[in-house]
Ligand binder design. Structure first.
Ligand code: DX5
Ligand code: ZN
Length: 240
């Protein structure tokens, strides 16, 4: 495994493994404090779940809330996970609101390659999200244009669901494709990630770990993030 480069700033978190708390499980009435608390507790990236009650059966927050976090001084990477249809208007709005990474579901875009180009054109890093039943061939012609592949290990729409084990072979297959590509593409996993399964997920090749309920539902954000990081490090040590 390549040695981790040191982060140069909050917006450039280096190439080591990243812990990304999902705001979906935060106390929305105190969102700014919650985001500061997880960053103070050692989180690397803020995962920002956007749901439209159309692509998924739930409704969350939009670009105004992302902008409010920036105005408050949050300077960490904001990783926007768009669970919306259509996609492109919200890409523009989130780029203007201070997003760093923007991921979308290919089934929700009429023109996947165009949406990827739009995200990059707007100065953000593009990611493609694969649901549990979405096949890997969506990556065939676009992997080289991506900075991030996000594997859903639950069906999108809600926090607190159980990890779907079929995500493990999927992660391993994508890891092989990324390694063969020879350029850095982040492999993120989202859904049901806990301290007791994160080691297996890291061993399968993920390097960005979204966790909502496991972190925000724990009494001690710092201890939970530290435990997750230790498990990821244990997977790296055990790697051949
Ligand atoms: C689900 C969201 C996830 C969710 C994860 O649609 O994309 O980011 O917040 O929550 P947990 O970690 O509780 O499964
Ligand atoms: Zn998410």
């Amino acid at each position: 495994m390549a040695s981790a480069s040191k982060p140069t700033s909050r917006r450039d978190p280096g190439n080591g493994p990243l812990i990304a708390p999902s705001i979906l499980s935060a106390d929305f009435a105190r969102l700014g404090e919650e985001v500061e608390a997880v960053l103070g507790a050692g989180a690397d990236v803020i995962h920002f779940d956007v749901m439209d009650n159309h692509y998924v059966p739930n409704l969350t927050v939009g670009p105004l809330v992302c902008e409010a976090l920036r105005k408050r001084g949050i300077d960490a990477v904001i990783d926007v996970h768009l669970m919306v249809r259509p996609v492109d208007d919200l890409v523009r709005m989130f780029a203007d609101a201070g997003a760093d990474w923007i991921s979308f579901h290919p089934e929700a875009s009429e023109h996947v390659d165009r949406t990827i180009g739009l995200i990059r054109e707007r100065g953000c890093r593009p990611g493609l999200v694969l649901n549990p039943a979405t096949p890997l061939n969506w990556l065939d012609h676009v992997l080289d244009a991506l900075d991030l592949v996000l594997v859903m290990s639950v069906n999108p729409g809600f926090g607190g669901q159980s990890f779907i084990p079929g995500a493990l072979p999927k992660l391993a297959a994508i890891r092989r494709r990324i390694d063969a590509l020879g350029r850095p593409v982040r492999l993120e996993v989202d859904g049901g990630i806990k301290p007791d399964n994160i080691r297996a997920v890291a061993a399968a090749g993920a390097d960005v770990f979204v966790a909502g309920s496991a972190i925000f539902g724990s009494g001690d954000y710092q201890a939970t993030i530290a435990r997750m990081r230790a498990e990821v490090a244990a997977a790296a040590r055990a790697a051949p």
